[in-house]
Design a binder for this molecule. Sequence first.
Ligand SMILES: Nc1nc2c(ncn2[C@@H]2O[C@H](COP(=O)(O)OP(=O)(O)O)[C@@H](O)[C@H]2O)c(=O)[nH]1
Ligand SMILES: Nc1ncnc2c1ncn2[C@@H]1O[C@H](COP(=O)(O)OP(=O)(O)O)[C@@H](O)[C@H]1O
Length: 208
Amino acid sequence: MKRGILFVLSGPSGVGKGTVCTLLRRRLPELVYSVSATTRSPREGEQDGVNYFFKSREQFLRMIDEDALLEHAEYVGNYYGTPRDFVEKTLSEGKDIILEIEVQGALKVREKFSEGVFIFLMPPSLNELKQRIVGRGTETQATIDHRLSVAVEEMNLLHHYDYAVVNDQIELACERISSIITAEHCKRERFLGELFEQLETVKAADNV
Ligand SMILES: Nc1nc2c(ncn2[C@@H]2O[C@H](COP(=O)(O)OP(=O)(O)O)[C@@H](O)[C@H]2O)c(=O)[nH]1
Ligand SMILES: Nc1ncnc2c1ncn2[C@@H]1O[C@H](COP(=O)(O)OP(=O)(O)O)[C@@H](O)[C@H]1O
């Protein structure tokens, strides 16, 4: 069976990754979302197993020891990691999966899945990014400052990604990501390979 495509979506805290993914879920119900493990405390309304698998530090370290994570990274004082089995199983069933992870983790995934598609969500401006983090109201002032300084470092690694998408308007950002997903499918269509083989045959025949 043809394997699914692995998509990775990164972007600074507050850029709108969660918001865009919520809309994408509605638009592309067949796309599978990886649920990460984290040692961060749940925010109001977040559910274990839905937004994240919330783990203690000890539980998380055990997952690392057992090689249960495809990648993991420390971000602003907490661990985050992608459960390996779910990703492997989804891809081998021929389904596409999307990982919403920070840059260090994304670069590790790239080493293992060079055929993956890496998308970076950008804010329209740094000022707008700050307004979004502040406006969300989930972080303390110290965490906001820390997240903003990490954001600048992350945006400097944009060149490692295949695509940059600006989240100026949620609908537009979703539209752009959907287009990328469609285009990546077109690139991989099996009939294109067959068509190229036929063209090669015709070219070879013409040369005779
Ligand atoms: N490396 C890695 N990063 C993750 C994973 N899950 C989430 N993240 C990233 O960790 C960062 C912090 O996530 P979170 O605390 O939920 O904050 P938010 O992205 O601002 O809502 C974000 O950049 C997430 O994309 C993961 O499994 N691995
Ligand atoms: N295109 C947008 N325009 C204005 N506000 C947005 C946009 N996208 C997201 N937001 C808002 O910005 C805040 C951060 O979004 P969120 O999805 O939590 O970001 P992330 O998951 O990247 O940390 C939320 O309050 C969200 O409603």
